[in-house]
Design a protein around this ligand. Structure first.
Ligand code: SF4
Length: 845
């Protein structure tokens, strides 16, 4: 905690922990009178993105109400700092339009008529329907579809306990592509950059401003910069992040991989790569490319083969593809080589989504880390699995026995996440139906590109038997549910979270603030909804109780997983679930708690977070455990095997654990891709995607060089467009917005409530002297929309951009809607599969 001294008095940036039970502050509303207000401060975790920053709820001792949220200085990742969305939680919990009670529809689906119901009725209805489906061997008809998880493992455990493959997510329209690229290298699907200690940071998106680990990363990127690191941002938009960068590289979407490979080629051709690292830690001996096989060849021959293979990626070629200047590519490549093992980067959506082949940008970015030996190093790229810490509960059910092919369809054998955008189409084709469908903080009707297909699916009671929207706010999707079930915000629920925010491991504990405070005073609650506003509940207790409702007598084998570890045969409580984890699964926590005379659960309730370790570097170099070595054997490729399973790899004569890949090394050459008959994807490669400019040229009959047209036929650029054709960049959001839930926060909507189409002045001139504020009609493959123009040099020419986090709509003018953030609209089905929406009135105070 930072302390500032001035004139003998002491100002503190955050209240010290020993004052949390009684913290006095002047009441700003009483100004100019000096009236002191007294608060109890209770830590919890922000629920407004997946960063899981620590909040402190300020509960007014006089009223018992939460007055505001600030940062928790004891949280190791956020360290007392928040983005705008953390403090804005206060407007979410006091939103006059929020849902306070479980609601059941009272007319046709989508009719907008609701009546209040009880949690008991909800549990009984769903428990009965799900039990029957399972007894009829139709378990795959039960589906949980999540937008924003906000917790670790408990839901996966619940679905495994039910014995079903019922988990669906939105990931395939988000980070899935980048994750595949990382996964093929090291089997961890995300990077964990050590920004604070880096010398050079490369971001392939607006990561500092609005990326997945936003605030914890942003503060460390700036720390790195303050210590002398250079920052480069490759993004067609001049985001707030790019505006802080030493190098803004406004690449044409889908061409980033060409730039990365050109950088790799600079490092290779100037022999500035870390040869020892590449030799020891990649599976280079398995490489086969352009008729060259590395088997039995020298390492030097391999390097020559790589140089030949990537020779076409000259800086000039990359400039032609991407628009990024050749000299900038060379300069940044050299700076990356100089940073060496202290080169950090991040990619989440950015270059990887919205273009075919985008997943290869993660493959190519990792190649830079491999060449510089910056994997597992201080200031380098760590694996998320090394930093994110998910402690295990008291017992865990076995994985489900059957795949659900509505989620993992056989046509996509390598999809790494559920193919969720296809669900309405699969149901239309008759591939299956859903008996019980839970959408959970998820709004596909509004989020997905073809949201109206979701309306068609959701209102069909044959295809979707029963639909519950578990949500804190009204949404376009909740409108088409049978039940709308209010779930809590940051201060109204339990969850355990961890993220790969920095070079360390930590856990954060979200807790229902008013319940915790009243329990401290001796009041008893069976369920969190008894302490929350209205009857707002939390998912943890909901799933435990629903599991008991499905299997009331335990005969289905489900109930056993939701029984107390301390009171055999009794229903598990949230205190018991987390208490057991904190006592048994978090190294060091029981001792830290004991030092203060607390139980581990009491410690977590007091501080809200715990740092497990900061010893997270080079975990691949850990020696294989002696027990694993006994009776093991070493394969020809150096992999150490025991009982048919690989447990490590030989490196420089030592048996070390390596990476969790087939070769136990970083997979420069993905044998997995080759074995699955995609040898052309086995190395990091660049392919021109369907949005490449040459695809546009080809569609209008212009001649195109023959670099690679693999994807071009998949999408035909319109030949008869009534105006120029542009790539639409929809894969960014403004940093103050919360995916699909900003509408519930007055503070955030006051900051950002316009969603214009960005376009470069050269394009504005080409289109006929377009001025900021003019109305534009944008046609896409799915239809058209109308919006205002914003003419800005903050976007590369040839691209138009529109954030994906605004444009909310509602069908009722007043009731059961979020009024302040949505337009009241008239929605009509004007033909088969054709919909038209017109505003009746726009957003108003
Ligand atoms: S980055 Fe902002 S929204 Fe995300 S958890 Fe932290 S404070 Fe909340």
């Amino acid at each position: 905690m930072t302390e500032f001294k001035r004139d003998g008095s002491q100002l503190v940036s955050t209240p010290p922990v020993d004052k949390w039970d009684d913290w006095g502050e002047l009441d700003p509303e009483a100004w100019p009178r000096r009236v002191e207000k007294h608060y109890q401060l209770v830590p919890t975790i922000c629920f407004n993105c997946e960063s899981a920053c620590g909040l402190l709820a300020y509960v007014d001792k006089a009223t018992g109400q939460i007055d505001k949220f600030e940062g928790n200085p004891m949280h190791p990742a956020s360290r007392g700092r928040l983005c705008a969305k953390g403090p804005a939680t206060i407007t979410q919990i006091h939103d006059p339009d929020r849902i306070l009670y479980p609601m059941k529809r009272s007319g046709p689906r989508g009719g907008g008529k609701w009546t209040r119901t009880s949690w008991d009725e909800v549990l009984e209805t769903f428990g009965t329907r799900i039990r029957k489906a399972m007894q009829d061997n139709r378990g795959e008809e039960v589906m949980y579809h999540v937008g924003r998880p906000g917790h670790d493992f408990i839901m996966e455990r619940t679905l495994q306990a039910w014995g079903i493959d019922g988990h669906n997510s939105h990931t395939n329209v988000c980070s899935s592509s980048a994750r595949l690229g990382y996964l093929l290298w090291h089997h961890a699907d995300r990077p964990s950059p050590d920004h604070a200690n880096a010398r050079f940071i490369l971001l392939l998106s607006a990561h500092l401003e609005s990326g997945h680990y936003f605030n914890p990363h942003a503060q460390r990127i700036i720390e790195g910069k303050m210590a002398g690191a250079k920052l480069a941002v490759m993004d067609p938009r001049l985001s707030n992040t790019a505006s802080m960068a030493d190098y803004w590289m406004p690449s044409y979407p889908g061409t980033e991989t060409a730039v990365l490979l050109a950088m790799a080629m600079v490092i290779l051709s100037e022999n500035r790569f870390d040869a020892a690292f590449v030799r020891n830690w990649t599976n280079w001996e398995e490489l086969e490319v352009d008729g060259f096989s590395a088997k039995g060849q020298s390492f030097e021959a391999l390097i020559e083969a790589l140089k030949r293979h990537y020779a076409k990626f000259t800086p000039e070629f990359a400039e032609k593809e991407s628009g990024v200047k050749a000299e900038v590519i060379v300069k940044t490549a050299r700076e990356i080589a100089t940073a060496g093992s202290r080169f950090a980067s991040h990619l989440w959506r950015g270059s990887s989504s919205g273009n075919l082949g985008g997943w290869q940008s993660a493959r190519a970015l990792m190649l830079l880390h491999v060449l510089t030996g910056s994997v597992g190093t201080p200031g380098g790229h760590n694996l998320n699995a090394w930093n994110k810490f998910v402690p295990r509960p008291y017992k865990n059910p076995p994985p489900q026995k059957r795949w659900n092919e509505l989620l993992y369809p056989p046509e996509w054998p390598l999809c790494v996440h559920e193919m969720s955008p296809l669900l309405p189409h699969f149901l239309k084709e008759g591939r299956g139906r859903i008996e019980a469908y839970f959408t959970r903080v998820f709004n596909p009707v509004w989020t997905y590109p073809d949201g109206f297909s979701w309306i068609e699916m959701l209102r069909d009671e044959e295809k979707v038997g029963l639909h519950a929207a578990l949500t804190p706010t009204w949404s376009e999707t909740a409108w088409f549910a049978d039940y709308v079930l209010p779930m809590g915000f940051s201060s109204e629920r339990h969850d355990l979270m961890s993220q790969e925010s920095y070079a360390g491991r930590w856990i954060g504990f979200r807790q229902p603030v008013l319940r915790v405070l009243q329990e401290r005073e001796g009041k008893k609650f069976d369920y969190t909804y008894q302490a929350n506003p209205g009857e707002v509940w939390e998912e943890d207790e909901f799933w435990i109780n629903l599991s008991w409702a499905i299997d009331p007598d335990g005969s289905m084998g489900i109930r056993q997983w939701f029984e107390s570890p301390y009171r055999p045969g009794q229903k598990l409580t949230v205190d018991e679930y987390y208490g057991w984890i904190f006592e048994n699964s978090v190294p060091g926590l029981p001792a830290a708690a004991a030092k203060e005379g607390l139980k581990p659960l009491e410690y977590m309730r007091k501080y809200g977070a715990y740092e497990v370790t900061t010893d997270v570097h080079r975990l691949n170099e850990k020696p294989v455990a002696p027990a694993d070595l006994t009776g093991s054997s070493v394969e020809a490729n150096g992999v150490v095997k025991k009982d048919g399973k690989s447990v490590g790899v030989m490196v420089e004569g030592k048996a070390v654990v390596g990476y969790n890949t087939p070769s136990r090394k970083l997979e420069l050459f993905s044998k997995t891709m080759a074995d699955w008959k995609w040898p052309e994807f086995a190395l990091p490669e660049y392919y021109r995607s369907h949005i490449h400019r040459s695809a546009q040229a080809a569609s209008t009959g212009e001649s195109v060089d023959d670099f690679d047209k693999r994807y071009m036929p998949l999408v035909e650029w319109p030949k008869d467009a009534n105006g120029p054709v542009y790539t639409l960049l929809p894969i960014f959001r403004l940093p103050h917005l919360i995916h699909s839930r900003s509408g519930n926060s007055k503070f955030l909507y006051e900051m950002a409530h316009k969603n214009p189409l960005w376009l470069n002045p050269t394009d504005a001139a080409k289109l006929g002297d377009i001025r900021t504020g003019d109305l534009l009609k944008v046609h896409t493959e799915a239809g058209y929309f109308v919006l205002h123009a914003w003419v800005t040099e903050g976007l590369a020419p040839g691209v138009v951009a529109c954030s994906h986090h605004m444009g909310r709509w509602r069908l009722n003018k007043e009731d059961h809607v979020e009024r302040m953030s949505s337009a009241w609209v008239d929605l009509k089905e004007v033909g088969k599969g054709q919909w038209k929406m017109r505003q009746l009135s726009g957003v108003a105070p």
